[in-house]
Design a protein around this ligand. Sequence first.
Ligand SMILES: Nc1ncnc2c1ncn2[C@@H]1O[C@H](COP(=O)(O)OP(=O)(O)OP(=O)(O)O)[C@@H](O)[C@H]1O
Ligand SMILES: [Mg+2]
Length: 397
Amino acid sequence: MKKSSQILLTGHGEASMKSLFGAVSQLPGVRVQLRVPCGSEHDFTAGADIDADILVHFLGAKAEMELEALAKHGRQSCPTLIVSDHGVPDARLMRLAMQAGARDFIMGPQWLEDSLSALRKIIQEDGYTHGGSRRGLTAVVNAKGGAGASTIACALAYALATREGLQTLLLDLDLQFGTQCLRLNLDSPQGLVEALESIESMDEIALTGYVAKHASGLHVLNRPEREIVLPGEIDEMRLKRLIELAHSYYEHLVVDLPRLIDPVFNLVLEQASHVIVVMQQELSSVRDAQRMIHIITQDLGLPIERIMPVLNRYERNNSFGLGDVERVLSLESIAVIPNDFKNLNRASNLGIPIAELAPKSPATLAIQKLAETLAGKRRPEKHGMLGPLFSKLLGRV
Ligand SMILES: Nc1ncnc2c1ncn2[C@@H]1O[C@H](COP(=O)(O)OP(=O)(O)OP(=O)(O)O)[C@@H](O)[C@H]1O
Ligand SMILES: [Mg+2]
């Protein structure tokens, strides 16, 4: 188990970086390494002799190039802060920072104080990552509308809470048409919107006052009951805080994420340990999955290892077989959930989890297998030999 947080400080701007280095070194329980890349060097982290828990990059005069380089090297596996002592960055810089996986973009006259408080927060909140006990967040998203993401999110969260014994929260982010409470026959007078309104003064125990509690032990944070929330109306910083707070109480979060690429989508994926992309057994759905995976890995920069493609409503005798799906996606070992309309339809109409209604049904068993993988009991599905071709092919999307 690591005893201290390893912080790698990279970038340009000698005087400012020196101040930052001095101040960060004073934080309790941290070890900081300063790495100033020389000349045209763009791999800022290469050559560092620590296994960084947090990367802090101080932007120099060629901010755009630096962010491009960071983004090109892929989303960093550790939380990343981008710091600048300049004014407000333009939209392109923000976008590049997002692609590089930045958790925060700190700028302006208070940059030093703000950097320190951001670091303190990350160290505190990511404390659980040390020792390898990172809590999970699984985002479930449809490649194509109606492919079954909400059904899978619900059944998966139930399996994690009951079979895997994990304190689990199902977060319904389908803000306009979410159905998670209905699926579990739960009432929730308070939900996400009310929780976000009070987030500043809330602790993790107070958060549990806003969730609906299923008899199985699964908790659900409902989409707004009556209000219509329009895209862009959710304050991302508040949602981020809510997710962080939820993580300090729950061992696993399952997020029913609508198919809308926006800052909320990006924020959730940034926190996700796994992203389940749900598709059906038809070419158009698989093509959409290919495009969705491309957006998530190439544009948003998530590592491919975090993506779990799931083929829902699978039928062995469908002429567009599993092999065809693997070929289109250039991926192997895609998880399948068999077609089980009768049971799932009944379960959803009665507001009973499918595992309670049909515990031995193939769909229940397949979802339980998925839950075991997420809980770390099974080895994650490996993206096999076709993997190297993946980005090449996706490049053509
Ligand atoms: N494995 C399955 N076998 C048979 N039917 C399924 C399966 N998974 C989901 N369904 C059915 O597909 C329909 C759509 O699924 P669901 O309710 O999960 O919506 P969704 O895909 O989240 O839709 P939206 O895009 O609107 O959010 C439902 O009627 C559900 O019962
Ligand atoms: Mg849905």
